[in-house]
Write a new protein. Structure first.
Length: 157
């Protein structure tokens, strides 16, 4: 069984090679498709769905199937390299665990705003103290209205 990171622990992955070294140290195989997937994740400017990741990988390796992408994503998440989020009603999105953060998602237009972790420290502390509930910020999205949609809903008179 592969060792996983402790809850809340995030390894300092600075490159594809450092992630590969981490995976090998835990007994994981590093295939060419896994390496390409990691390279795509490192080049990504934000969240990507499994399908978007598969398309990007297939540009370089057309024979890599979506099922291979899903299998790799699952294994990379199990060892703490990546995390996934459910943002609104769309598919799960993936990113490196070192870039995990909470989100505000507009229920009208779908705009996504990355929220700094410190915005939720008080909420996390209260949830833990009063409810015994530990919030996982990398799977955290609050639905509401962005400034533009909010202005349309309540015009000033």
């Amino acid at each position: 069984m592969e060792e996983v990171l402790e809850p809340g622990e995030v390894a300092d992955f600075s490159s594809v090679d450092s992630v590969i070294a981490f995976l090998r140290s835990r007994g994981s195989r590093v295939t060419s498709s896994r390496r390409i997937l990691l390279e795509v994740l490192f080049m990504a400017s934000g969240h990507m769905s499994a399908e978007e990741l598969a398309e990007a990988v297939q540009v370089r390796a057309p024979d890599v199937h979506l099922s291979t992408i899903y299998r790799n994503l699952e294994e990379l998440e199990q060892v703490g390299v990546i995390s996934h989020s459910h943002l609104g009603h769309g598919p799960s999105s993936y990113l490196l665990a070192t870039h995990a953060h909470a989100h505000f998602v507009c229920a009208d237009c779908g705009k996504m705003i990355e929220a700094p972790e410190e915005m939720f420290r008080g909420l996390a502390r209260t949830a833990k103290t009063k409810l015994g509930f530990a919030i996982d910020p990398k799977h955290f999205a609050i639905l509401g209205l962005c400034a533009d949609c909010s202005a349309k809903e309540s015009p000033t008179t």
